[in-house]
Design a protein around this ligand. Sequence first.
Ligand code: GLN
Length: 287
Amino acid sequence: MNAGVRYGDIVRTGARHLAEAGIDDAYFEARLLMRVITGMSAARWIMSEQDAAPPVIAERYERMIRERMTRRPLQHILGTTEFYGLEFLSDARALIPRSDSETVVEAALDLLTPDRPVLVADLGMGSGCLLAAILANRVEARGVGVEASPDAASLARENLCRLGLDVRATVFEGSWVDWTGWGQADLVISNPPYICSALIETLEPEVRHHDPIAALDGGTDGLDAYRELTVLARRKLKPGTPLVLEIGFDQKEDVQEILSGAGMVNIGSCPDLSGNDRVVWAIQPRS
Ligand code: GLN
């Protein structure tokens, strides 16, 4: 019988290392990593905390803690993350799905009558989390994702496939400027890059060094993508088509002004669960 170190002690040490590396939810992450390695449920974890961990588990755990201490995101270390109740592959190819973005899904679902065979377009689809979450909840809907990064497009395809949604979704690999499907879409969503260029270096290392810069950098004032999308939407969307946009917490007025200035109508917004303005939408006018 080996006198292995107890699970609880290993995790407490791991949490201390993570906290020293500047990670906020150190104990939560430390415990989650152990639960993933061992496959323990939350209940099982409580019962096993005092048990001795096999050395092979302890070594594997310490390797993961060391990796996380470099501020590599937890989602990349685990290889997956949860978004809107679905599991997505997550790696450096695309922006990590954020729970804030679930607000885009909610707003889109509110605008989509169930049981209608609509086409949803996701511009800059990244990992595919927004489009997949919408399609999973609207079984009659089809989707198209537009993605300029071949890396992100490949991750999106893998995610759609894993979720069994590839039969209802296609990926256009290219710029939304070159995409010719605008006039067919019944609803358009986007979580474009919206961080001001000068602020990128102030972001947490997980974001700054591991999310693709093209998914973050919105130009000098962070609004470049909104201006471009609005011009294209006005020119190309069918009358009555909603455009639903994720925004930064302080961008509501600016983005609404861009949309209304271009002639979009019925402009609205909603906050995320933390209370920050997170989504703005507008409708292409009927005339
Ligand atoms: N919400 C992301 C962040 O703050 C930014 C994503 C984006 O620019 N679309 O890290």
